[in-house]
Design a protein. Structure first.
Length: 83
């Protein structure tokens, strides 16, 4: 179930879309290779759609928190420059 208020967490550019591998390969070596390739998450088949939606929502919220932290750091840096 998607949270009604989670829409504002969604990315505004394609570069911010999480990279989730959905694959039949479930060995640890396959997962490590996937993460080394840049995957944000790895979900072996079979999986339930609710699990994928939950994973995606979590990744989007994490990215939103990171963006908020980046904005706060930039604002603090700008204040120091002005002083």
């Amino acid at each position: 179930e998607m949270h009604q208020n989670s829409f504002h967490y969604y990315p505004y550019t394609l570069k911010q879309v999480p990279f989730i591998l959905l694959t039949a390969k479930a060995m640890v070596s396959d997962r490590i290779r996937g993460y080394k390739s840049g995957a944000d998450a790895y979900l072996p088949k079979p999986f339930r759609p609710e699990e994928l939606v939950g994973m995606l929502d979590n990744l989007m919220r994490r990215q939103a928190r990171e963006r908020e932290g980046d904005l706060l750091r930039m604002q603090q840096r700008d204040r120091k420059v002005e002083q």
